[in-house]
Design a protein around this ligand. Structure first.
Ligand SMILES: Nc1ncnc2c1ncn2[C@@H]1O[C@H](COP(=O)(O)OP(=O)(O)O)[C@@H](O)[C@H]1O
Ligand SMILES: [Mg+2]
Length: 256
């Protein structure tokens, strides 16, 4: 069996009397795009929150690169390459595209300012700017380099959000509904971007309602229902599985 880059083992998370995630198991292969889907309330966001360190597991484990990382903070996890993006992007809207990506490299506004004022030397700052420009180019934002993030279209803001996350050099990127609110053209551009991020060697885990995007992008899909694992498999296996169709009452899957 090939070594997983990320695994959850018997993962449970309760909130008071409610079991949001119930003895969940799955493993993510390095270099893959791995989907996590399920009806509303299935426990997908909670699973992401536990993997990325926002919540501790109630029981069970999160294994990253073969190591038990359960209960580690988001900051420590980000440092070792496990990074999550948020639905409402966390861009600094009054900063330029370039500055947002630079902040991604430094990890925070504070360390960016410290680096610029007294820390890093000129060469190091130039190196970061060069890498930032490469990412900006890669995400098709070169013409908008000096534009304020606030002035970008919805699709460009999402792309910038992922560029900022990539600047932190993730090994695993957890994307939480990156396609929400996108028009078909933005969706198709974002699908191309997700693939090219994967081609850079970043493993991607994707929670998403857009079935067209999920089916088109994922190597493997884990399906949750009522906190538990319903099934998993390739897009083809999942979309034809009667249990999945029943859980969704046909609607979302048929639409894909
Ligand atoms: N912080 C919380 N406190 C209490 N209940 C929560 C909390 N987060 C999630 N839940 C509950 O856990 C269940 C799973 O939610 P969630 O993980 O958001 O599902 P999904 O993302 O699949 O829609 C829901 O019943 C939700 O109300
Ligand atoms: Mg959710």
């Amino acid at each position: 069996m090939s070594q997983a880059i990320l695994e959850v083992r018997d993962l449970t998370r309760t909130f008071g009397g409610l079991t949001a995630v119930n003895r969940l198991n799955f493993s993510v292969s390095p270099g893959s795009v791995h989907g996590l889907i399920g009806p509303n309330g299935a426990g997908k966001t909670t699973t992401f929150n536990v993997i990325s360190g926002f919540y501790a597991p109630t029981t069970g484990q999160v294994i990253y690169q073969g190591k038990n990382v359960s209960g580690m903070t988001t900051v420590s996890l980000a440092r070792i390459g496990l990074i999550r993006t948020f639905q409402g992007t966390t861009l600094f809207k009054e900063f330029t595209v370039l500055d947002n990506v630079k902040i991604g490299f430094h990890g925070s506004v504070r360390s960016t300012l410290i680096a610029q004022v007294l820390g890093a030397d000129r060469e190091e700052l130039a190196a970061i700017e060069k890498q930032a420009d490469e990412l900006i180019e890669f995400f098709g934002l070169a013409d908008l380099r000096n534009e304020l993030a606030a002035n970008l279209s919805h699709g460009h803001q999402r792309a910038l959000g992922i560029a900022v996350a990539l600047a932190a050099q993730p090994k695993v990127l957890l994307l939480d509904e990156p396609f929400t609110g996108m028009n078909p053209e933005e969706t198709s551009r974002m699908m191309t971007l997700v693939r090219s991020v994967r081609d850079r060697g970043v493993t991607i885990m994707l929670v998403e309602h857009d079935m067209h995007a999920i089916m088109g992008l994922c190597d493997k899909i884990t399906v949750m229902n009522f906190g538990s694992l319903l099934t998993e498999g390739t897009p083809q296996q999942v979309r034809t599985n009667p249990k999945v169709i029943e859980a969704y009452l046909g609607s979302a899957i048929d639409a894909a």
